[in-house]
Ligand binder design. Structure first.
Ligand SMILES: O=C(CO)COP(=O)(O)O
Ligand SMILES: O=C[C@H](O)COP(=O)(O)O
Ligand SMILES: [Zn+2]
Ligand SMILES: [Zn+2]
Length: 354
C-alpha cells in the first residue's frame, strides 16, 4: 500500500473508538521497531519526523526509510507525518517531499519558542490547510502551549516549545477558542494543551487532575466532536525504564509521565493521535547501557542496536494494544491522496462545530 492519508486513519479510529500512537522516528532501528510492533498486533501506523529528525538523518534518508517501511509491510496502512512544522514554508517542503500529513504548529512563532497570537495561528494554519487539502494531505494544528501546570514552565526541552514562564490560560486550550479555530481553519486534527510537555521531565509526582487536565479534553471534544484531538508529550516515562538506565550508569532524576490510564480516558473523549518519542528514547538507552555494561568486550554496533530495537519494539507494541489498535490495520482501505483530495473538494470532510 502506498503511504496513506492520516485523516482516513483518524476517521477510522473515531468510528471504532480507539487511539493511534504516533511514534517519532529518526533512524533505521526506530522505523524497524515500530513496524515490527505494528505487524505483530495488526495496527495501523503513524511515523512522524520532526525538524530535528530531518536534520539528524537527512531528508532523503527519512523519506526513504519510511518508504522502505511501506515496501516491506505493504499490508499495513502507513502515514508519514511531519511533526511540529514551524511555518507554512516548512509544511510546503514536507508536502513536496511526499509527507501525507503535516503539523502546522502555529501556537508558536516561526522560531518555535515565542507564543503567538490567536490570529497569527489561524492565518498560518488556514494557509497550510488550503495548500494541503488540495493534494489530499492531512493537517494537524495546535492551540495552546505545551507546558507544566505545576511550575508554569513552558516545555522547550526538545527545542520545540515555548521558553520561560507561561500563565495557566496559555497552557490550557480554551474550548470556545478551539471551536472558532476549527471553523476558521477547517483543519483535520487539533493538538491541545492540557498540562503535558515534551521530554522525560513532565511531572514531579504521579499527575492528578490539577496538573493533567483530562477534563479539558472532554470539554473541547463536546464543542468540536468531529475534529480529531491530538495529545503531544504523551510518553508515560515508565519507572522500570528509568530504573534500567540508572542501574547501568545513567543519571536520570525521579520523574513521572502521562499515565496510560489517563490516555485511555482521553481516547474515550476524542483523542485519536497520541505522540510518543521519549518512551522510545528511554527504552533504547536502557537497553544499550545494559548490553554494553554486561558485554564490555563487544564492539559490533549491530549487537548493541539489536537489543535497543527490541526494547523500542516492546514499548510500541504495548502502546498499540493499550490504545486499542489491535487488528484495526486490516480494516482500513488506504485511499490514495488523490481520492482524499476529492473528498476535501466535495466538502465531505468538512468540520462540524457544535
Ligand atoms: O509530543 C511529542 C512529539 O511531538 C513527543 O512527546 P514525548 O516527549 O512525551 O514522547
Ligand atoms: O516534538 C518533540 C519530539 O520529541 C521531537 O524531538 P526532537 O526535536 O529532538 O526531534
Ligand atoms: Zn506547540
Ligand atoms: Zn509534540
Amino acid at each position: 500500500m502506498p503511504l496513506v492519508s492520516m485523516r482516513e486513519l483518524l476517521d477510522h479510529a473515531a468510528t471504532i473508538g480507539y487511539g493511534i500512537p504516533a511514534f517519532n522516528v529518526n533512524n533505521l532501528e526506530q522505523v524497524q521497531a515500530v513496524m515490527a510492533a505494528a505487524d505483530e498486533v495488526g495496527a495501523p501506523v503513524i511515523l512522524q519526523a520532526s525538524a530535528g529528525a530531518r536534520k539528524y538523518a537527512g531528508e532523503a534518508f527519512i523519506k526513504h526509510l519510511i518508504q522502505a517501511a511501506a515496501e516491506m509491510y505493504p499490508h499495513i496502512p502507513l502515514v508519514m507525518h511531519q511533526d511540529h512544522g514551524t511555518s507554512p514554508k516548512v509544511c510546503a517542503g514536507a508536502i513536496d517531499l511526499g509527507f501525507g500529513s503535516v503539523m502546522m504548529d502555529g501556537s508558536l512563532m516561526e522560531d518555535g519558542k515565542t507564543p503567538s497570537s490567536f490570529d497569527y495561528n489561524v492565518e498560518v494554519t488556514r494557509k497550510v490547510v488550503e495548500m494541503a487539502h488540495k493534494v489530499g494531505v492531512t493537517v494537524e494544528g495546535e492551540l495552546g502551549c505545551l507546558g507544566n501546570l505545576e511550575t508554569g514552565e513552558a516545555g522547550e526541552e526538545d527545542g520545540i516549545g515555548a521558553e520561560g514562564k507561561l500563565d495557566h490560560s496559555q497552557m490550557l486550550t480554551d474550548p470556545e477558542e478551539a471551536a472558532t479555530f476549527v471553523k476558521a481553519t477547517q483543519l483535520d486534527a487539533l493538538a491541545i494543551a492540557i498540562g503535558t510537555s515534551h521530554g522525560a521531565y513532565k511531572f514531579s509526582r504521579k499527575p492528578t487532575g490539577d496538573i493533567l487536565a483530562i477534563n479539558r479534553v472532554k470539554e473541547i471534544h463536546q464543542r468540536i466532536p468531529n475534529t480529531h484531538l491530538v495529545m503531544h508529550g504523551s510518553s508515560s516515562v515508565p519507572a522500570e525504564l528509568l530504573a534500567i538506565i540508572n542501574q547501568y550508569g545513567g543519571k536520570m532524576k525521579e520523574t513521572y509521565g502521562v499515565p496510560v490510564e489517563e490516555i485511555q480516558e482521553a481516547i474515550k473523549h476524542g483523542v485519536r493521535k497520541i505522540n510518543i518519542d521519549t518512551d522510545i528514547r528511554l527504552a533504547m538507552t536502557g537497553a544499550v547501557r545494559k548490553f554494553l555494561a554486561e558485554n564490555p568486550e563487544k564492539f559490533d554496533a549491530r549487537e548493541w542496536l539489536k537489543p535497543a530495537r527490541e526494547a523500542a519494539k516492546a514499548i510500541c507494541k504495548q502502546r498499540y494494544i493499550e490504545f486499542g489498535c489491535e487488528g484495526q490495520g486490516a480494516k482500513i482501505k488506504g485511499h490514495s491522496l488523490q481520492v482524499v483530495a476529492g473528498q476535501y473538494a466535495s466538502g465531505a470532510l468538512a468540520q462540524r462545530v457544535n
